[in-house]
Design a protein around this ligand. Structure first.
Ligand code: SAM
Length: 273
């Protein structure tokens, strides 16, 4: 039976890009992430991903950064089994399924109400332990969460759609709410933002993008004195590059020694507070 989904706004529509990216990675002979659920959803919905013109390199990069964010969340929860986990702008991602938090940890996926309705129709319950239907920039959803437990907060593909002021205010609210924790998100350099505007095939994504780009991984430390960089993860230097198809692997190997080149591409920024 066909599943009816809510009508998404252009901002919400961006979830298809990352979901289809992970689905396409899963169809490669050597997937980087192996997100079967993403693949299943794309097939079930019959989503016409061809219209997104996703290159296999982009699919691999999307899967790779998701894998790094999974690792950060998994490691934090292993050290803090009572943690609160948050995926901000979760889209149709089933990160909880991949990281399998224990029942003592509370995993929460936050996105707009229309997206949460779609999650409920498409994802099995075990993939969405606690969905929060809210604008991450609104105050109420965060106030409803326990404020006495450490938190691991990831945002995969979200910050492109926030202004710098919105990003700083969100980070400050998260740090004020939880006693301690970690925050990780995929970064966008000013070059990446420029290149996306100039060359992106997905005009819809460009139209709703607001983030000006971030070139200095230490800059967020100036947003809040509690925030400290754990690691700027330059993906060109990560072990999974060895599994990339030859051309992409060579390109990554060439960029890897030069941080300023690597920074222009796929990056995950990881902080603690
Ligand atoms: C590129 S998609 C990424 C989705 C998901 N993280 C993934 O990797 O598949 C961006 C997501 O952020 C959500 N989003 C953007 N701005 C938001 C906001 N202010 N509040 C809640 N969700 C937001 C969109 O609805 C969309 O689902």
């Amino acid at each position: 039976m066909a599943i009816t989904l809510p009508v998404f706004t252009p901002l919400q529509e961006t979830l298809w890009l990352t979901l289809c990216g992970r689905a396409l990675d899963n169809r490669l002979p050597h997937p980087i992430l192996g997100d079967e659920m993403a693949d299943e959803i794309v097939r079930e919905v019959g989503y016409d991903y061809a219209k997104l013109h996703i290159l296999s390199s982009s699919a691999i990069y999307i899967a790779h950064r998701a894998k790094k964010l999974d690792e950060i969340a998994r490691r934090f929860i292993a050290r803090h089994p009572d943690a609160i986990g948050l995926d901000l702008g979760a889209g149709l991602d089933s990160r909880a399924l991949r990281i399998a938090p224990p029942p003592t940890a509370g995993w929460h996926d936050v996105d707009f109400p229309e997206v949460v309705t779609a999650r409920q129709r498409l994802l099995p319950e075990r993939a969405r332990p606690h969905d929060i239907a809210a604008d991450v920039l609104g105050p109420a959803w965060l106030e409803a969460l326990p404020a006495d437990r450490p938190a691991v907060i990831v945002a995969d593909g979200l910050i492109a759609f926030l202004s710098m002021e919105e990003m700083i205010s969100l980070v400050n609210r998260l740090i004020d709410h939880f006693p301690s924790g970690e925050i990780a998100f995929n970064g966008y350099s000013t070059f990446a933002v420029w290149a996306q505007k100039r060359f992106a095939v997905g005009k819809n994504v460009v139209d709703v993008s607001k983030f000006p780009g971030l070139d200095d991984p230490l800059e967020p430390e100036r947003w809040n004195p509690k925030l400290k960089l754990v690691k700027e993860i330059l993906m060109t230097r990560e072990p999974e590059v060895a599994e990339f198809p030859l051309g992409l692997r060579l390109m990554n190997r060439l960029s890897a020694p030069v941080a300023s080149w690597s920074r222009k591409g796929n990056v995950v920024l990881h902080y603690r507070f």
